[in-house]
Ligand binder design. Structure first.
Ligand code: PCA
Length: 215
């Protein structure tokens, strides 16, 4: 039987009018590639409420794999995240004006969860297709890390047979016309997420390959 991948993207935040994560994942909604079917849902950029919306999306789609996607303005690569940490520390308010400082996401949860995606294989496949990619060792401490942690905590608590993870993506070119920041075209990001979805659905185990960094 074919596998099902749920992709999520966020609504715009921090003064931006688009969020490349939603722009990209919505274009993959309904696609079937190599017997892998892809569904996409939008998540609000709001601490805690984001997790409730994700929970509903998981119940609706019953996916084998969940990949949450978010904008990481300033990054030049598509970056599968290695780890989610149990802390909210906002530098800017979320879309409901909440700005938690050093609050645990789950009082009963572990300090961190590893991604269950084959992150190095995803990087390898993206590079093979000409898409700039590298492993990231921090998803930050804003809503993206929050949602990633909540996803992994939910899977852990319910012993669900779901593999979860998170990918950060750069700005779109139109978001950078007035900033000196890198960007990737929507077409490239969509293709990259298609590759990441199929790779994650078809490969449970990661490859052993250098992918660390000094900072
Ligand atoms: N990026 C933010 C939250 C929503 C998004 O797309 C982050 O990196 O936390």
């Amino acid at each position: 039987m074919g596998k099902k991948v749920l992709l999520t993207g966020f609504d715009p935040f921090g003064g931006e009018t688009v969020n490349p994560s939603w722009e990209a994942v919505k274009r993959l909604n309904g696609e079937v590639v190599e017997d892998v079917s892809i569904a996409a849902e939008q998540i609000p950029t709001v601490f805690h409420h984001s997790a409730a919306v994700l929970e509903k999306a998981i119940e609706k789609h019953k996916p084998d794999v969940v990949i949450c996607v978010g904008q990481a303005g300033g990054r030049a690569h598509m970056t599968p995240e290695r780890i989610a940490i149990n802390i909210d520390d906002a530098r800017i308010p979320d879309n409901e004006d909440r700005e938690p400082i050093d609050e645990p996401i789950a009082e009963d949860g572990p300090a961190a969860y590893w991604s269950a995606l084959p992150i190095k294989l995803i990087v390898k496949e993206l590079r093979k297709n000409g898409i700039p990619a590298s492993v990231s060792n921090s998803a930050g401490t804003f809503v993206c890390n929050h949602l990633f942690y909540q996803l992994m905590h939910r899977i852990d608590r319910t012993s669900a047979n779901i593999r979860g993870g998170f990918i950060h993506i750069p700005f779109l070119p139109e978001q950078t016309v007035d900033k000196h920041e890198p960007s990737l075209s929507l077409e490239t990001i969509v293709e990259g997420l298609r590759i990441a979805a199929v790779t994650s659905a078809l490969h449970e185990k990661d490859i052993r390959e250098t992918g660390g960094s000094l900072s």
